[in-house]
Design a protein. Structure first.
Ligand SMILES: [Zn+2]
Length: 409
């Protein structure tokens, strides 16, 4: 069994080298988009890597100065994106041709060499070297635990440019003894389920709630003030309105950063290795959320995703169907199980807050999805306030906390 982790490492890049990396990222994105457009040309979407390679490799080599492995990585990106669009179409969902814009670049052992305190990276004009910027404390960082651990080998990396920083997300893997799968699973795969909504912005399977009050307050404030400005209708009013918009957006983001920090802290406190959200694509239809809410959910998901990566915690989305109507204890699914904020199972009588029941279901769905698939990192349970819940609805209290009270079930 393989265990994989991603360790983000900040790079110290000199300005000349940064310019080279920027050019390389630009050409990589161009290549990925070029191959994607090709995949979507014609009557059928092409997802075969071999076909896409045969059709586009020469062109991309001619148009760019990319290393041949970067050309292949860009083609793989395009093929994977085309596949995920097809998968959505097969489920009857809407999806359009992907377009890559976020600055990133895929490295493997042919294009990158990972040294103890610096990395050497291929660019469109030779190689550059960049030092790692590592946290001071030596213990308990994912760097010490995985990247510098002799048990893990480095398999590649993705370079990202975010908030003015070059970050290398380094992929590490190790082989885990397969004769003790239960033990490994207990250590490695506990899930935090998270339900997103309008009244409560987020609810975790551990029973922690983040209300939407603060968010609603700023949103109403914004809409009122925007109304005032709109009545005046002048150019001055228009500019003011945009300024208010930017200011409010900044406030929303601060709130969402705080919630995302707390969510990641919750996952760490409860030793979860996965945070599961529902798929956000159709969340407005399901929850009656406004565009503002959808915007907030997407930001929150993004923030949690990159903050969780720092601790080696995976963030995943699961199929949201019936997560609010299904009983997390017995599995009985019925629309009448739920009445606004309260959930009461018509079959087994289980009662709890509807959003909390949904958070548990989201965790359980991830658990079920990964347990039916073969191989790596089998999860054991969804984390509750104390103990875990497995797919059969079975509840296991933690061995070391006899007599804890007040834990939501
Ligand atoms: Zn039930």
């Amino acid at each position: 069994m393989e265990k994989r982790r991603t360790v983000p490492v900040k790079l110290d890049v000199e300005s000349d080298d940064a310019a080279l990396l920027e050019d390389t990222v630009d050409e990589f994105l161009w290549a990925a988009n070029y191959v994607t457009r090709h995949a979507f040309e014609g009557e059928y979407v092409t997802t075969s890597k071999t076909t896409l390679h045969d059709d586009t490799y020469e062109d991309v080599r001619e148009e760019t100065a990319l290393h041949s492995n970067h050309v292949q990585a860009a083609r793989n990106k395009a093929a994977d994106a085309a596949k995920s669009v097809l998968a959505k179409w097969e489920q009857g969902k809407k999806a359009s041709m992907p377009h890559f814009t976020s600055p990133h670049l895929v490295y493997d052992h042919r294009t990158a060499t990972f040294h103890d305190d610096y990395v050497s990276l291929a660019t469109v004009d030779g190689r550059i070297e960049a030092d790692y910027v590592l946290p001071d404390e030596e213990r308990d960082t994912p760097h010490a635990e995985y990247f510098f651990s002799e048990e893990y080998e480095t398999t590649g990396a993705e370079l990202h440019y975010t908030n003015g920083n070059w970050m290398l997300h380094i992929h590490c893997k190790t082989d885990v003894e397969s004769d003790t799968p239960g033990q490994d699973a207990t250590e490695n795969r506990t899930i935090l389920g998270v339900d997103l909504g309008v009244n409560n912005l987020a609810v975790a399977s551990t029973g922690t709630f983040w209300t939407g009050e603060e968010f609603d307050h700023w949103r109403r404030e914004y809409e009122t003030r925007r109304g005032d400005f709109q009545e005046h209708g002048t150019r001055w009013a228009h500019e003011n309105m945009q300024a208010v918009g930017r200011k409010e957006e900044g406030r929303f983001k601060l709130t969402l950063h705080r919630i995302s920090n707390e969510l990641v802290a919750e996952a760490r406190d409860y030793e979860c290795s996965v945070i599961a959200f529902e798929d956000l694509t159709d969340i407005r239809k399901r929850t009656g959320a406004s565009w503002g809410h959808k915007w907030a959910f997407n930001r929150l998901y993004e923030y949690v995703e990159y903050k969780a990566a720092e601790y080696g915690i995976d963030v995943e989305q699961v199929d949201p169907e019936n997560t609010s109507r299904r009983c997390s204890t017995c599995g009985f699914t019925h629309p009448d199980n739920r009445e606004r904020e309260s959930f009461e199972c018509l079959k087994c009588g289980y009662q709890n807050h509807a959003d909390y029941n949904a958070a548990k279901n989201i965790g359980l769905r991830y658990l079920r999805r990964t347990q039916t698939g073969a191989g790596g990192g089998e999860p054991v349970g969804v984390r509750l306030n104390s103990g875990t819940l497995n797919t059969n609805g079975g509840y296991e209290p933690p061995a070391d906390s006899v007599g804890q009270s007040g834990s939501p079930r």
